[in-house]
Design a protein around this ligand. Structure first.
Ligand code: ATP
Ligand code: MG
Length: 268
């Protein structure tokens, strides 16, 4: 679609062992938009994300800012699209945090003063200033996830592609990463099982199942469709909350409109 920051059309991909992971998947993201990629385990979400900066090839069509992903413009697209893996240990491999964040700018041939300025700025953005000399493998999962994000922000990318950005984080770490993502202006495409994250951050969601898109639309419309979610192994989280009048109450869904919220009492 012209004007899209990212457009994926009819993407097919089979792994070398023959598993057909993507069977005609399509999605678009407008500039500045956050799009959530939802779906059960094995749906093909991570496989699709790996196509967005050419880690996996395809016989479908991926374009970024209108430029098709091809061998000739792969280097330019890799600068524009920053991919953050679910497991930060897949992203961080250098002896220090500084070296990991500096890896991309050094590869671009920037001088050391520019590299240092960019690394410090990226680490400050993710709240990890002061950790430059630490070995990444000594950091907590949440800290590693922030440094992994810094390794792509340092490249000044215009599209952030994130695989399960809140997985493995405690509530505070999760809140911090959501707030950080909210504050970043880039286009975002994120695969997640965290429905509350999708609700809060994404203007649109796409549900993938068995390598195909089975639903796409405004987050609030798609996530309210309980039957659709159930058909694809998804559900909204049930939350425990407290009400002043009755004490502990079960909040069946955090996503119902006001007045529909309260569903029973823990004592009852
Ligand atoms: N390296 C691989 N080699 C072979 N098959 C793979 C490989 N990686 C993934 N697959 C298969 O491709 C399909 C899609 O997997 P993918 O990891 O993309 O799903 P996902 O939606 O990200 O799942 P999850 O929610 O568990 O992360 C699955 O059937 C999976 O077993
Ligand atoms: Mg995955």
């Amino acid at each position: 679609m012209s004007g899209s920051a990212v457009a994926v059309a009819d993407l097919h991909y089979s792994y070398p062992d023959g598993v057909a992971a993507l069977r005609g998947a399509s999605l678009t993201a407008d500039p500045g938009e956050a799009v959530g990629l939802l779906g059960p385990n094995g749906a093909g979400k991570s496989t699709l994300l790996l196509h967005l900066n050419g880690i996996l090839g395809s016989n479908g069509s991926v374009s970024v800012d209108g430029a098709p992903l091809s061998p000739a413009n792969l280097p330019a697209i890799r600068q524009r699209v920053g991919l953050v893996f679910q497991d930060p240990d897949d992203q961080l491999f250098m002896p220090t945090v500084f070296d990991d964040v500096a890896f991309g700018p050094r590869n671009l041939g920037h001088d050391s003063a520019t590299v240092e300025a960019r690394v410090r700025s990226a680490l400050a953005t993710v709240g990890m200033a002061g950790t430059e000399s630490r070995p990444p493998h000594h950091l907590s999962v949440g800290q590693k996830k922030r440094v992994a994000l810094a390794t792509v922000l340092v490249m000044d990318c215009s599209v952030l592609v994130l695989d399960e950005p809140t997985a493995g984080l405690d509530p505070r770490g999760r809140r911090e990463i959501i707030d950080l993502l909210q504050s970043l202006p880039q286009t975002k495409i994120l695969a997640t099982h965290d429905m509350a994250l999708a609700w809060e951050l994404c203007q649109r969601v796409v549900i993938l199942d068995e390598g195909q898109v089975v639903a796409a639309g405004p987050t609030r419309d798609v996530l309210r469709d309980e039957k659709l979610l159930a058909q694809h192994g998804l559900e909204l989280p049930a939350l425990l909350g407290h009400s002043g009048a009755t004490g502990c109450v079960l909040l069946q869904s955090a996503f119902l409109t006001a007045g529909e919220n309260w569903h029973g009492n823990c004592d009852g």
